[in-house]
Ligand binder design. Structure first.
Ligand SMILES: *Cc1c(COP(=O)(O)O)cnc(C)c1O
Ligand code: SF4
Length: 374
């Protein structure tokens, strides 16, 4: 057996092991791990410093997860936007392909709590179906492998998926969303790196929520991926009692950059059943962005987004104080130090109006009329 599989097998998955290692009463969690499985890898266990800390809260089941009876299982309506099994096609030019339900740890706040930890991965026939769909849909230029965690698949299945996707001529980018480098760094083997680098461009978005997750061995695992040319981004979920604090968030963003990982998205928590005790106000996220923007490297500032309930997709939010006013004369702006500035518009003769993005191009915009400016 591969070393990483042995390490994964040492994870805590049973309430009685939780009792042994973390002193939790097994009765308190038995009912929770039925519907919502638990897994805590040795790397994550070693980072827990005390009961209820930021790492603990992400992985130790709590009875409160069973309270949320009215919340939806699938608030993003991913199941509705799925033309073939395991594939979500919501945006014009990119799709999500869910390749396994297994994860190195089972995050208590997971938006796919309805799926993760259940048996199942993308079967050969289902991969063929997804590839056939993508071949027909020449507008798709970007596929995001997700799950579950794609890097928990064995090497030969990862290679099978990458090879199949690379047989589609119009497909440009492959992205992998994973929590493996931060929770099971042993999985980032030389063999895996060798496979990945043969199918470039491959991007990875790594899931990190707290600076303590960036241990030296975790940073090394990120470095091994960066060394084979994988651009690394980070996705962070804003979580009550874990990272809903500007100082913690700033330390996290700095640690990510040190690990050669560029912060990409900061997510407002979804409405998923069993996770509502992690939600913060929207203002919390905006204040965190405000505390970062201008105060530290621009590289350290992620996009703050809400994945709109009902399948509206990700919507970016910025604190509204940056743009105080915008009209035909100019923009009135406020900087990070609360100072006000004025940026004048070009003169009317030098303006070119762009069509509204999102609205279908009307006859007028395509006709000679729109060229009058030249
Ligand atoms: C997040 C997401 C994507 C990718 O969105 P980007 O903004 O391009 O990172 C694609 N499809 C679905 C369904 C998603 O949720
Ligand atoms: S690793 Fe990702 S998919 Fe898996 S449980 Fe955590 S948040 Fe969910």
């Amino acid at each position: 057996m591969d070393d990483w599989k042995k390490v994964l097998a040492q994870s805590i998955t049973k309430p009685k092991d939780l009792a042994k290692h973390l002193g939790v009463d097994p009765k308190e969690v038995e009912d929770v791990v039925g519907p919502y499985p638990m897994r805590i890898t040795p790397t994550v266990l070693a980072t827990i410093k005390k009961k209820g800390d930021a790492i603990w809260k992400q992985v130790v089941p709590e009875i409160i997860e069973l309270d949320d009876l009215d919340a939806p299982d699938d608030p993003l309506e991913e199941d509705t936007d799925s033309p073939v099994p395991h594939l979500v096609h919501r945006y014009p030019d990119r799709v999500l392909l869910m390749v396994t339900n297994q994860c190195p740890i089972y995050c208590r706040f997971c938006t796919r709590k309805r799926l993760v930890g259940k048996p199942g991965f993308l079967k050969k026939g289902e991969l063929d179906q997804a590839v056939a769909y993508l071949r027909d849909h020449t507008e798709v230029r970007d596929v995001i492998l997700s799950g579950g965690d794609p890097l928990l698949l064995p090497d030969h299945l990862i290679e099978r998926i990458l090879k199949a996707l690379r047989s589609i001529p119009h497909l440009e980018l492959i992205r992998i969303g994973t929590r493996v480098p931060g929770t099971l760094p042993q999985r980032i083997t030389p063999e895996l790196c060798d496979i990945v680098k043969r199918y470039h461009p491959i991007y990875m978005n790594l899931h990190f929520n707290h600076p303590d997750e960036l241990t030296p061995e975790v940073k090394d695992a990120c470095g091994r991926l960066a060394d084979v040319g994988v651009p690394l981004g980070a996705q962070t979920v804003l979580l009550k009692g874990v990272n809903d604090d500007p100082e913690i968030m700033k330390r996290l963003m700095h640690q990510l950059l040190l690990a050669r990982v560029k912060p990409y998205y900061l997510y407002q928590t979804d409405l998923t059943k069993g996770t509502n005790h992690f939600r913060t106000t929207v203002e919390t996220g905006l204040k965190i962005i405000q505390a970062l923007q201008g105060h530290t490297s621009g590289m350290a500032v992620p996009h703050f987004v809400i994945d709109a309930p009902g399948g509206g997709g990700k919507i970016p939010l910025l604190p509204d104080d940056y743009l105080l006013n915008l009209d035909e004369n100019g923009a009135v702006l406020k900087n990070y130090e609360n100072k006000t500035y004025h940026y004048p518009q070009p003169s009317a003769a030098n303006r070119r109006e762009l069509p509204m993005v999102g609205a279908p191009a009307s006859q007028d915009m395509c006709s000679a009329g729109a060229m009058d400016d030249y």
